[in-house]
Design a binder for this molecule. Sequence first.
Ligand SMILES: [Zn+2]
Ligand SMILES: [Zn+2]
Length: 271
Amino acid sequence: MHIQRTEVLPVSSRIEVVTGAFGTGFLLPGRFLLHFFFPSCCASCGAARRGVGGGGLCRACWRALPLIDGEEACQTCALPSAAPICRACRNGASPFRRAAAVARYEGVTRRLVHALKFRGHDILAAPAGTLMAATARIRGLDQDCSAVVPVPSTSRRNRDRGYDPGALLAREVARELGRPLLALLSRVREAPPQSTVPAAQRRRNVLGAFATSRAARGTRLLLVDDVMTTGATVFEAAHTLVAAGASRVDLLVLARTPEAGPLHHDHLETA
Ligand SMILES: [Zn+2]
Ligand SMILES: [Zn+2]
C-alpha cells in the first residue's frame, strides 16, 4: 500500500522521499559514529551533509533541482516549450513517441551530473534514478513498456571512470518500474565525447556509433540517458533501435538543456 502511494507522488514530493533517507534532523547513535569517522559533503555545494546514505547531495540541493513541469515541455523531445509539441518536433525531428526529463540542465542539475559522470559519485545514481522513475510514471512512460534500455557510453570512458553512469541510471529506473533492463545497444566505435565536439557537428560525430541486435524487433522500449543537449546521441540511439525493428521508443533523461540545439535545425533543413 505504501509503495502504491509513493508511485503517484509528483516529482517534487518524490524529492522529499529521496531526501528522507538522510534522516529527520538528528542522527541515530550508529549513524553519528559513522558520520563522525566518515563525514560526507554535498557533491553539489560542498556543504557537510547530516547522515549518510541515500545519495550524495544535501537536502537543500535536492530541493533546488530546477524540475521540468511536464505540462510545459515538448512531449516528444522534453524541451521546455510553451506548446505541447515544439516547432522542431512538429517538423518531424524526434524519433520518440514520448520523451520526459526530470530537470533543466543548469545549476544543481549540472553539478549533480558532473559529479556522477566525472567525479566518481556513482552513489548519486540511486536517488537520481528514483526521481527519473517517478517522472516516467507521471508521464505514463512506464505503461506498456517491454524493457528499459541504457544509452551506453564508450568502453574506454567507462574504463577510465570505473562505471557507466547511464547504465547505472537505467538499472535504477528498471528496478523502480519493475521492467527488464536490456542492454540492446553497444558502441561500435570510439567517438570523441559529445561535450568536446561543437554542437553543430555532434550529429555527424555519433552517426553509426551504435549497434543493436535482433532482440529489438517488436519491442516497446524506454531509452534512458543522463543528459540530452542537442539530442544527437539519443536520436541516433533511437534510430538504430527503430531500424532494427523496435515498434516504439520513448525517452527518459535526467537533465535537458532549456534551449533547442542545432540538431533541431539540422532536421528542419533536411526534413
Ligand atoms: Zn548541497
Ligand atoms: Zn520537441
